[in-house]
Design a protein around this ligand. Structure first.
Ligand SMILES: *[C@@H]1O[C@H](CO)[C@@H](O)[C@H](O)[C@H]1NC(C)=O
Ligand SMILES: *[C@@H]1O[C@H](CO)[C@@H](O)[C@H](O)[C@H]1NC(C)=O
Ligand SMILES: *[C@@H]1O[C@H](CO)[C@@H](O)[C@H](O)[C@H]1NC(C)=O
Ligand SMILES: *[C@@H]1O[C@H](CO)[C@@H](O)[C@H](O)[C@H]1NC(C)=O
Length: 393
């Protein structure tokens, strides 16, 4: 009897009918399932482990060293580590934002270093909020040269247009970055949008804000030119009225305060709405005139403001006589943040687009004088707020 009991327990993995020989049930039913669960768990563990190892291999050869390496196809070999930098609109089908840290070495400090290099989409900690047509693209591109900075390629318009989409949508508009990099986006319409200041404050009350400004007369003209470009692009063939007709009210001879490009040039009005929610110390005002002639000086101020080391120096810029504007001197293998890392700019795009920094056509001197006079009191108040004076004539 004892012998039989022993045999059954030992060799029969299938639970038999307990009533069969009166052997106590628990001994068998509890012991056999335990064995199978153990096997399953082992299997799962092995699978998970190999998954992790695969990921690690991908990440290691791809994203991590792609960061320092040349443009190379190497950084694109792993689907997981070739983040879709252009995935602005939807973010659909893009890989999950997080990745697994890699325990290549058991050394603690190298583990921490590895974790810092893992790529994720991160929310911005600084935003270029405007002003439109004042050099926001140049500002973003130049600061994007810094190895510790990544910048969104397009304007996400989260706070003014897509707020309902939610913060996860916003995150998906951001480029991949490592833990030690700061993410910056720019949407020039934020500066003039009425709802945006409060929403940004809700999002992160200690966020850093940057505004680039230039002579409002030039900015207004530039704004007009862009509207004109849009006008023709949308299929209009009729000539558009000249600048002077838009900015001056023909009846009174006064400046038309309702013309949108004029309104957008009243910097102090917009700034004051931001100052309801933010301290001036959180806002950096970048000189849009100086960024054209000595961009490295403005970059140095931006770096200090963002708490970054000074890396975007004079040596990174090359003056283009034809364009009358600085271009970015970037080797294909250069180590920088944002655009240039996973997706190096083609040669043709290292200068800003043709429409940027272009020479402005003639403005009737009388109208110019009127504009200067009109903007003067607004500018004066603006300088008081920011504690800096610009020589805008
Ligand atoms: C808010 O912005 C500050 C300043 O850039 C940054 O240090 C902080 O991490 C941000 N907070 C969050 C939750 O992102
Ligand atoms: C001023 O500009 C607004 C907006 O462009 C326009 O609707 C209005 O007719 C202009 N007023 C005059 C007097 O030109
Ligand atoms: C300067 O800009 C012009 C016009 O965009 C371009 O054709 C030329 O190659 C540029 N020169 C240099 C040295 O980058
Ligand atoms: C890029 O590569 C070239 C030659 O391969 C090398 O001479 C140059 O120093 C590299 N530039 C940087 C910034 O690493």
């Amino acid at each position: 009897m004892v012998q039989k009991k022993h045999t059954m327990v030992r060799y029969s993995p299938v639970p038999s009918d307990p009533s069969q020989d009166g052997v106590p049930v628990p001994a068998r039913t509890s012991r056999c399932p335990k064995l199978t669960r153990y096997k399953v768990m082992t299997c799962v563990s092995v699978l998970v482990l190999s998954g992790v190892l695969l990921l690690v291999a991908c990440l290691h050869t791809g994203a991590l060293y792609g960061l320092r390496a040349s443009s190379g196809p190497a950084s694109r070999t792993c689907a997981l580590t070739a983040p879709d930098q252009t995935g602005h609109t939807t973010g659909k089908g893009s890989p999950a934002p997080s990745a697994v840290p890699l325990p290549k070495s058991s050394d603690k400090s190298s583990l921490a270093a590895a974790r810092r290099r893992v790529m994720q989409r991160r929310l911005p900690v600084a935003i270029v909020i405007g002003a439109r047509k004042a050099g926001t693209r140049a500002l973003l591109r130049f600061i994007g040269l810094h190895p510790d900075v990544v910048t969104s390629k397009r304007e996400p318009h989260y706070f003014d247009r897509y707020y309902e989409e939610g913060v996860d949508w916003y995150r998906r508009q951001m480029p991949f970055s490592t833990e030690s990099q700061v993410t910056i986006e720019k949407t020039p319409n934020y500066f003039v949008d009425k709802d945006t200041p409060e929403r940004v404050h809700l999002f992160n009350s200690s966020i850093k804000l940057m505004i680039i400004v230039r002579n409002p007369v030039e900015r207004t003209m530039s704004d007009y030119l862009q509207l004109k470009e849009k006008y023709f692009k949308s299929g209009n063939t009729e000539p558009m009225a000249p600048f002077e007709d838009y900015v001056v009210d023909a009846e009174t001879g006064e400046i038309n305060k309702s013309y949108a490009p004029i309104k957008r040039s009243l910097y102090v009005r917009h700034l004051d709405r931001w100052l309801v929610h933010f301290q001036m110390s959180q806002i950096l005002v970048v000189d849009g005139e100086n960024i054209k002639v000595r961009p490295w000086e403005e970059m140095s101020r931006v770096e200090s403001f963002l708490g970054l080391s000074h890396k975007v120096g004079e040596d990174l810029f090359v003056y283009n006589e034809t364009k009358g504007f600085y271009c970015v001197k970037v080797e294909a293998n250069m180590t920088t943040g944002s655009d240039f890392v996973l997706d190096p700019l083609p040669l043709s795009e290292r200068c800003l687009a043709k429409s940027k920094g272009r020479e402005h056509p003639y403005i009737d001197p009388e109208v110019r004088a009127k504009l200067v006079q009109f903007f003067a009191p607004f500018n004066h108040r603006f300088f008081q707020r920011i504690g800096v004076y610009f020589d805008w004539k």
